[in-house]
Design a protein around this ligand. Sequence first.
Ligand code: ADP
Length: 291
Amino acid sequence: MIDWRALGERLAEALGRPLDSPRATPLAGGDINRAFRLDAGGERFFVKLNRAEREAMFDAEQAGLEALRTSATIRVPEAILVGRDGAQSFIVMEYIELGGRPAPERFAADLAALHGCCAERYGFAGDNTIGSTPQPNAWRDDWLAFWREQRLGHQLELGARRGFDARLLAAGARLQACLERFFVDYRPRPALLHGDLWSGNQGADAAGNPVIFDPACYYGDHEADLAMMELFGHPGERFFAAYREIRPIDPGYARRRDLYNLYHVLNHANLFGGGYAAQASQMIDRLLAQI
Ligand code: ADP
């Protein structure tokens, strides 16, 4: 177990103020890491722990949180400190009391504002992880090449190593070869994305402000964030109506949604196996049937 007193001292040093008697309370809910609330010196922090080798994952999470925070569009926890202590690595951030869901119109407005922050190219300043899978973000000028190689191709390669069946891999390769069919007259702007925007990575603070956390940021098609919100649930029509008022959604989104969500389903197949490979296979067949 981590030495909470030593962590409290490093945190105090990072903040430049004393923090007495750190006390950690385990929290439920993390998929990848162990999460804690740290009470120290009358303040509260949110801490995630993993094995020491995972420090780079926390560095990347900090970089993502900083990019989102710098956009000044939607609330994210402020990352304070990343490091390791013996066999453990950690990230410490601002603790936000999360309760319930924000009004869909407020979430739509903040997310549409985030998606208005653009880069010159697709990618990100560093690689990060999606779940615990490495996510390569090398900058590209060509969105289709980015999605073909660094998203679908990357997951299919991991799947080949994991032993995905040959039919799935062959169908995946066919889909990769005809991606341009989904992008007729459509070239997205490289928008700042959360990158892993399922419902478990969003909430509202005590004042009802939307909060997003646990990002896998990169600059890409804003539709990829919208699609993921529809993968394990649906944000509702009020959300989409409010989003569209600020940022148009191209009519071709309906055709591309599964293409974007395929990345996450392949990732789930790589991480968890089970029925996700079959789901990916069905998605690829449906996509191929469209062209
Ligand atoms: P993991 O990386 O293991 O998936 P998350 O970052 O999703 O962990 O955090 C786990 C849970 O902790 C979230 O579902 C959320 O309820 C809560 N949480 C996340 N960030 C904060 C925060 N800054 N303050 C308070 N609670 C948080």
